[in-house]
Design a protein around this ligand. Structure first.
Ligand code: 5GP
Length: 344
């Protein structure tokens, strides 16, 4: 047994220290980023925020709503072949829409079929599993990289620098970072496994950038300030589930309770999801996700503006003219209290 004594941080443990700035308005802040990916050599330009590939948020409707703002979506993996082919081949400006898959033979077979029909319309692929530390997973990433050298591959989830490097060397362009921080995730409760998300971002970003790769911070953002901290810590992309839940563009019906409207939101390894897609929770495993009702919030547009407004404002506080400069301009201060909640 080994105890790592160095302190690891979550978003709630820090604030960003303001710095002298020449910016006069947050409207001057450029939130788009550009990357040329290490393996695919493809060029990306956009606002690097991605709706999670959960079946509630990773929808076609979400992709259509986020596209005008330059944001991305990782589509959930339960759409059928025909729907996926039609959607990808119909994409107009090729904003980053990710095809998602797990690593089962069935996932790969479906992907092969979609690729045959949609071909070059698919540029981005997200290969994700709850635990990105297995050899099978790394071998799978290698196989996809060898077969499809032109694809930009995002792979995860992991939380440490060593495996981030391994995944990039195996063929991932973007490593997805986060085990246990998600809003509807119960992994930490069920298994005791996890890693404070801000430290995971800082450490994995450092490892990835050293090899010319990128990372996507996945999970745990609950307010726009958390995105500023994640970008400040070195995240190149951020994936959001809970913050984008409850909108018109999310799958699922409205539910009414005591005169209030809600939408269902659940983890992809919750009982709710397993009942829906896998005929229930298999005997050997426990569910590692939960189901919640989130207040209905109308179209996602306003939420997007709030999120981007918050990040823009963070940039002005530290004098970052572009999102790209935010990490360099970020000094975190450790805190014991974030907010004054005396009045609720
Ligand atoms: P959020 O933005 O809601 O905090 O986190 C979204 C992320 O939570 C997803 O992108 C995914 O990585 C993770 N997630 C989604 N469903 C589950 C689940 O059932 N169990 C676990 N452990 N993580 C989940």
């Amino acid at each position: 047994m080994h105890i790592e004594e160095s302190l690891k941080l979550d978003f709630k443990d820090v604030l960003i220290r303001p710095k002298r700035s020449t910016l006069t308005s947050r409207a001057q802040v450029e939130l788009e980023r550009e990357f040329i990916f290490r393996h695919s050599q493809r060029h990306y330009r956009g606002v690097p925020v991605i709706a999670a590939n959960m079946d509630t948020t990773g929808t076609l409707e979400m992709a259509n709503a986020l596209e005008p703002h330059g944001l991305s979506v990782a589509l959930h993996k339960h759409y059928d072949v025909e729907t996926l082919v039609r959607f990808f081949t119909g994409l107009q400006n090729k904003s980053a829409v990710f095809y998602s898959m797990g690593i089962t033979p069935a996932d790969y077979e479906k992907f092969t079929t979609v690729m045959k029909q949609a071909g070059s319309a698919i540029e981005y692929v997200c290969i994700d599993v709850a635990n990105g530390y297995t050899e099978t997973f790394i071998e799978f990433v290698k196989k996809v990289r060898q077969t499809y050298p032109q694809l930009t591959i995002m792979a995860g989830n992991v939380v440490t620098g060593d495996i981030t490097e391994e995944l990039i060397l195996a063929g991932a362009d973007i490593v997805k970072v986060g085990i246990g921080p998600g809003s509807v995730c119960t992994t930490r409760k069920m298994t005791g496994v996890g890693y404070p998300q801000l430290s995971a971002i800082i450490e994995c970003a450092d490892a990835a950038h050293g090899l010319g790769g990128q990372i996507c911070a996945d999970g745990g953002c609950v307010v726009p300030g958390d995105l500023a901290k994640a970008f400040g810590g070195g995240a190149d992309f951020i994936m959001l589930g809970g913050m984008l839940a409850g909108h018109d563009e999310c799958a699922g019906d409205l539910v009414e309770r005591d005169g209030q409207q809600y939408k269902r939101f659940y983890g992809m390894s919750s009982k709710a999801a397993m009942d829906k897609y896998a005929g229930g929770v298999a005997k050997y495993r426990a569910s590692e996700g939960k189901e919640v009702l989130v207040p209905y919030r109308g179209p996602v547009e306003q939420t997007v503006q709030d999120i981007l407004g918050g990040v823009r404002s963070a940039c002005t506080y530290v004098g970052a003219h572009k999102l790209k400069e935010l990490t360099k301009r970020t000094t975190f201060v450790r805190v014991t209290q974030q907010l004054n909640e005396s009045l609720g």
